[in-house]
Design a binder for this molecule. Structure first.
Ligand code: HEC
Length: 156
């Protein structure tokens, strides 16, 4: 693993070939910029909504979350995770693939387009340091780097 320190950090997680065939565990949304959140909304969600309000010119986008089939059981318990790509969140309108990979138990992040090109320098919120600020900070919600409530309702 290479530790990047330059200003425009490249993706640290690698592009997981074949993610298109991974099972969908959740369909979600990045919300439009004019979304009015209820006042009791957690700081975590407020920050997440604000960070990605620019997507699709502020109009929001469906988000599909897919898990590496070899890691479905690990995902259900938020880890501990084995090495390799773990989960992707795909912004369907912009075609952004957010990747979380694990190495030695630690989460690493990356952003790619559908061609597998690194797009982490396209927007400040796509840099791996930015992902960490949320995914590694809210430790009561994001456990071992994954944030979604791992209900896996589509499998029950
Ligand atoms: C400000 C908070 C925040 C930032 C910054 C953030 N995320 Fe997330 N992330 C979330 C939330 C909230 C969810 C759960 C979304 C849902 O379930 O609707 C999520 C979900 C994900 C998922 C699906 C698996 C999971 O953890 O549930 C991946 C993969 C992911 N993010 C990767 C990234 C990457 C890569 C970056 C940086 C380019 C990033 N995230 C930046 C808050 C954030």
């Amino acid at each position: 693993m290479v530790v990047h320190t330059h200003a425009h950090a490249d993706s640290v997680a690698s592009y997981p070939e074949g993610w298109e065939a991974w099972p969908v565990v959740k369909e979600s949304m990045t919300l439009p910029a004019d979304t009015v959140l209820p006042p009791e909304t957690s700081l975590f969600i407020q920050e997440a909504v604000r960070s990605y309000a620019w997507i699709n010119n502020g109009e929001g986008s469906p988000l599909t979350i897919r898990v590496n089939p070899d890691k479905l059981e690990q995902y259900k318990t938020h880890g501990p995770y084995t090495d390799g790509p773990t989960v992707v969140a795909v912004s369907e309108v912009e075609g952004i693939i957010w990747v979380t990979e694990h190495f030695a138990g630690l989460p690493m992040y990356g952003s790619y387009n559908r061609k597998g090109q690194d797009i982490s320098s396209m927007h400040p919120t796509l840099e791996p340091e930015f992902c960490q600020r949320c995914h590694d900070t809210y430790k009561d919600i994001c456990i071992n780097g994954t944030c979604t409530e791992p209900v896996l309702s589509s499998y029950e």
